[in-house]
Structures are given as structure tokens and as C-alpha cells.
Design a protein around this ligand. Structure first.
Ligand code: PHE
Ligand code: FE
Length: 287
């Protein structure tokens, strides 16, 4: 595997982690966190899965300023045995999987600057910590993330990282969940984005389709704009059961043979909850 040859930057440990160095954050950086937090906190309670709000409370993330990982980890460890560790930037896939398999979530330590309020290319601490960490307090979601890491190490050996990454994309990053008959957000890529937190639930443009493991692992995705389809799980229990308790080997064999499903396509087998107009995406394509 080529990633074995990649060594961490000189200032990082062998597992690619770095100290968070919380004391080094400037008042401006803390203010940036507060600004992003206030914007999401005003909108999320009615939109996000209740477990996310519970997580913010349990972890005391409602207090001002960038969270100090030492304090956060004391609470997170007590809740589900997870930890957050800082890394310098994107890490090799297998390093990422290995951390997850050991209940460590890797997070960037840097925060976006005011001119990057709504768009940035590399995930910052607001996306990684605000977006991902609250749900690690939920015991079933916590188990899913660990199982995903273990599955990733296995997928790497089988050359199937790309297929498994699509599952991560459409669940951990951009997933929707049914909650008491209503749709709610849980994906970190949505929850940490002001615009997509509205778009994913309320906009008529994107498709909203019932969770289908094999279909998802087969579906292309876009990284440059709002998603054109979202997949809806029934519960975290169901998500965990359908993934951890299945052998992906045969599924990978089928996936290897077939081409990817394009982003906005609806299949006859889809459980369509909302057939999107795709108006948003279409308006952006030059005629
Ligand atoms: N059960 C999967 C496998 O056999 C691993 C996995 C678990 C993948 C949970 C994703 C999420 O490889
Ligand atoms: Fe993320």
C-alpha cells in the first residue's frame, strides 16, 4: 500500500497527531468559533437529531470559545470512551481508519478565517469538532464510527476504500434521519454548514431517498457544492445493524464490476421520500 510509505510531518507523532496547543488560540480565533456556533445554535434545535443537542450539552460545548480537547475528552471518554486528537491536516486513509477503530476522532486544530465563513476546502476545527463530536456521545453512533474504522482497515486490504468512503459521505457527512415521523439532520457536513442546514431539509431541489447500503456505496458524490441527493436512515440502530453485522466482501465484489450511479439519478428500486426538482444544481450549470 502506498500510504505505508508516507511519513508524518516532522512536528507530528508517528500516528500523525499533534498537540492541540489550546493556549495558543488568539481571541480572534475564539471569536470565530463563537460566531459560527451562534449561527448554528440558533437554527439547529428544530432541525438536527435530538442526540446532537444532547451531545453538545453533555460535552458542555455550549460554552464560549474553541473547546479545549483535554476538557472535552474527559467528558467524551466518560460517555462513550471516545477521544478527539488533533492532526496537522488530512491524514492517509489508513491512519484515519486506525484512529477510528481505536475510538479516536482526528480533528484539525486550525479555524477558518472570516473570509472563509461559508466555504473552505479543508475541514477546520469547527467542522471537525462542532460537526462530528456531539454524536460521539450517542452510544450507537459511537459504535458505528468504530465499526466504520475497522471496516476501513479491511476495505484498504481489499482495495475498496473508495466504495466505503461513499458510505461515510452519505451517512457521517451528509446523512438525514427519520425522527418521530419528521426528517432531521445528523451529517456533520450539513450540521456545520449554515447554508446546507437549510438546503438539505427545506429546499425542493435535492432528492431525499431511503437508506440503501449497496446503492449508496455505488453512488457518486460531489465535493464542490450542496449535495443533489441525501439518504435517510430510520435510526442509528438500523444503520449500525446494516453495516457492522454484514460482510461487505460479496458486496465489494458486485461493486467492482459495475459503473457508478450519477449523483442526481433516481433508480426504480429507490424508496423516494422526495423527488427533487434539481433546480438548484441545474441553475448552476452553464447553459
Ligand atoms: N461489516 C463491514 C465489513 O464487512 C465493516 C463495516 C462496519 C463497514 C461498519 C462500515 C461500517 O467490511
Ligand atoms: Fe467531516
Amino acid at each position: 500500500m502506498s500510504t505505508d510509505l508516507i511519513t508524518p510531518p516532522a512536528h507530528a507523532s508517528a500516528d500523525w497527531t499533534i498537540p492541540q496547543d489550546w493556549a495558543a488560540y488568539t481571541p480572534g480565533e475564539h471569536a470565530m468559533w463563537d460566531r459560527l456556533f451562534a449561527r448554528q445554535a440558533a437554527m439547529l434545535p428544530s432541525r438536527v437529531v435530538p442526540a446532537f443537542i444532547d451531545g453538545l450539552d453533555v460535552l458542555r460545548m455550549t460554552r464560549p470559545g474553541i473547546p479545549d480537547f483535554d476538557e472535552l475528552n474527559a467528558r467524551l471518554m466518560k460517555a462513550t470512551g471516545w477521544q478527539v486528537v488533533a492532526v496537522p491536516g488530512l491524514v492517509p486513509e489508513e491512519v484515519f481508519f486506525d484512529h477510528l477503530a481505536n475510538r479516536r476522532f482526528v480533528a484539525g486544530r486550525f479555524i477558518r478565517t472570516p473570509d472563509q465563513l461559508d466555504y473552505l476546502q479543508e475541514p477546520d476545527i469547527f467542522h471537525d469538532v462542532f460537526g462530528h463530536v456531539p454524536l460521539l456521545v450517542h452510544p450507537v453512533f459511537a459504535d458505528y464510527m468504530q465499526a466504520y474504522g475497522e471496516g476501513g482497515l479491511r476495505a484498504a486490504k481489499m482495495g475498496m476504500i473508495d466504495a466505503l468512503a461513499r458510505l461515510y459521505w452519505y451517512t457521517v457527512e451528509f446523512g438525514l434521519i427519520r425522527d418521530d415521523g419528521a426528517l432531521k439532520l445528523y451529517g456533520a457536513g450539513i450540521v456545520s454548514s449554515y447554508g446546507e442546514s437549510h438546503f438539505a431539509l427545506d429546499d425542493p431541489s435535492p432528492h431525499r431517498i431511503g437508506f440503501d447500503l449497496e446503492r449508496i456505496m455505488h453512488t457518486d458524490y460531489r465535493i464542490d457544492d450542496y449535495q443533489q441527493n441525501y439518504f435517510v436512515i430510520d435510526s442509528f440502530e438500523d444503520l449500525l445493524h446494516q453495516t457492522r453485522d454484514a460482510d461487505f466482501g460479496p458486496l465489494y465484489d458486485r461493486l467492482r464490476a459495475a459503473p457508478l450511479i450519477p449523483v442526481a439519478e433516481i433508480l426504480p428500486t429507490d424508496k423516494v421520500l422526495h423527488a427533487g426538482t434539481q433546480a438548484y444544481a441545474r441553475a448552476k450549470v452553464p447553459a
